[in-house]
Design a protein around this ligand. Sequence first.
Ligand code: E4P
Length: 218
Amino acid sequence: MKIFLDTANLGEIRRFNEMGLLDGITTNPTLLFREGKDPHDTMRQIASLVRGDVSLEVVSTDYEGMLEEGRRLRSCGNNVVVKVPMTSEGLRACRTLTAEGIPVNVTLVFSPNQAILAAKAGARYVSPFIGRLDDIGQDGMELVETIMEIFAQYEFDTQVLVASVRHPIHVVEAARLGAHVVTLPPKVLDRMLLHPLTDLGLESFLNDWKHLQDSPKP
Ligand code: E4P
């Protein structure tokens, strides 16, 4: 399973990149807004920092606008995947951009039917937003399970990119279902690293090593 970071924060991208953990990045207009910088410059920098796929989202809602914007975003780097919303115009743009050799991530997917249509339109990635479904009392992971089950029956090249991840258990569940990618906010990736027994174990090893140095040797 590939791990993408869901952020527009350059510092966080550098930090996890140095650990060798990142297979790609997803961004969206909200994440760019939170950084408070020039979004075009930030998107260009992200594309050059990371070797894997970087999803950059269009803000146009009409077909022509999405094409024009998608081509422009792609000029930020050959690793750019154009993110389009799951709308009829978005699917049209997905079909055209894909035919031009520009990969597409269809975002804001909340049902198996939407995932099927995105795959039929040739998307490289389909992004079910599981946390937002959980938020309204539906089971986000059940959607991932259904999409994986459907995609396994056919020869779609589309990868399931589990988005809107809120906590590490989402990651384990996505991995058990064989999802191709999870995109994680930095805080979730940080939490995945931690276990109290690791900290306690390390502390006790280091203490014993210190006692060994301090104790007289025969
Ligand atoms: C994915 O591509 C989106 O950027 C993201 O996962 C949305 O997550 P949210 O529901 O936490 O905003």
